[in-house]
Design a protein around this ligand. Structure first.
Ligand SMILES: C[S@@+](CC[C@H](N)C(=O)[O-])C[C@H]1O[C@@H](n2cnc3c(N)ncnc32)[C@H](O)[C@@H]1O
Length: 318
């Protein structure tokens, strides 16, 4: 499947005074309904066999483990999708997924069942640690090597984490303007990647550690756009957004990353999958580079080659 960021094209949003119309994000999926609604009984039941098939397929493709306790959640999330495809029941949906024509639908399925909760400066101590302790040394090394800092936000959801990092880096560079930097932001959910690429957020959710960041890094919407903020292009131009399944064969992001954020996603994986992932992310780091995982995801119980430097923060030894 081609994972183009189609949802990101369109008129320039948040123009300063050009009076163009802006349509707020609808939250619609890249996989929009293809057929009109037909009969789908409200009480349609997801059988244990169909659920097992779906859970196995999701695991095989994404390593997201759907336990038996998730059946109600999955049923709820799939109902509208199956209905909008004009199907009579979940069995018909499973048949589509088994067929060669259903290949793209597997991506939509994973997109639908993935949990995307995130917010700006989530687990704030990580951003403090970066600013106070890690960035000066990383920047010295990058400048000495005549290269830019490389960051990878490896399960970025709708982008709040990526732009929190971008703000931290931009702030750092106010004092060290010679330092170049770039962030690769990736996720398995195309719907989330579209939102990350757009960088438009409901003002109520833009919660930042310093009030001046809002004006410095966001454009305020007006008219129909009132209440929304868009990350300024000066920040967005430092970010590349792309589809990456953490379990795909080859990662389409550069090697020798200085920092990888892979937070609040491993909780959805089983221990063998976490081990594989941590190994691969370690290979993707530069010697002396750092891996950040979520606060509830310490690597205890997993054999790895990293050195602990703080809560849920690890370094690849030189
Ligand atoms: C709960 S969000 C975490 C977002 C952000 N890292 C944070 O900590 O706020 C988890 C994200 O992981 C993504 N995800 C789940 N399985 C994945 C996989 N196999 N490859 C890449 N991303 C995945 C989901 O689509 C979702 O956006």
């Amino acid at each position: 499947m081609e994972h183009g960021l189609t949802g990101c094209r369109g008129p320039s949003l948040f123009p300063t005074g050009l009076g163009r119309e802006w349509i707020p994000p609808t939250g619609g999926s890249a996989a929009s309904p293809q057929r009109t609604t037909m009969l789908f009984p409200h009480e349609a039941h997801l059988s244990a066999t169909a659920y097992d098939f779906l859970a196995n397929l999701v695991y095989e493709r994404s390593r997201i483990r759907l336990g038996p306790d998730r059946q109600t959640l999955v049923t709820g999330r799939l109902r509208q999708r199956v209905q909008s495809l004009g199907m009579a029941d979940y069995e018909e949906y499973c048949e589509l997924l088994k067929s060669p024509e259903g290949e793209d639908e597997v991506d939509s399925l994973i997109d639908l069942i993935s949990t995307n909760h995130t917010h700006f400066f989530r687990e704030a101590s990580h951003f403090d640690l970066l600013t106070r302790q890690l960035l000066p040394g990383l920047a010295d090394r990058a400048v000495a090597g005549m290269r830019g800092l490389r960051f990878w936000c490896a399960a970025c959801s709708s982008g709040e984490e990526t732009y929190s990092l971008a703000i931290v880096l931009a702030e750092f560079c106010r004092l060290r303007p010679a330092v170049q930097w770039h962030i690769d932001a990736s996720d398995i959910s195309q719907r989330m990647l579209d939102r990350c690429q757009q960088g438009i957020y409901d003002g109520d959710k833009v919660s930042l550690p310093a009030p001046e960041f809002l004006e410095r890094y966001f454009q305020r919407g007006f008219g129909e756009r009132d209440g929304y903020y868009r990350v300024k292009s000066e920040l967005r131009r430092h970010v590349s957004v792309r589809y990456v399944n953490l379990f795909q064969d080859v990662y389409p992001v550069p090697l020798a990353q200085d920092v990888i954020f892979c937070r609040n996603v491993m909780i959805y994986f089983d221990v063998p999958s976490r081990k594989i992932l941590v190994d691969r992310l370690t290979d993707q780091l530069a010697p002396g580079g750092y891996l950040f995982v979520g606060h509830s995801e310490s690597l205890i119980g997993i054999r790895h080659r990293l050195k602990t430097v703080g809560p849920s923060v690890y370094m690849r030894p030189d």
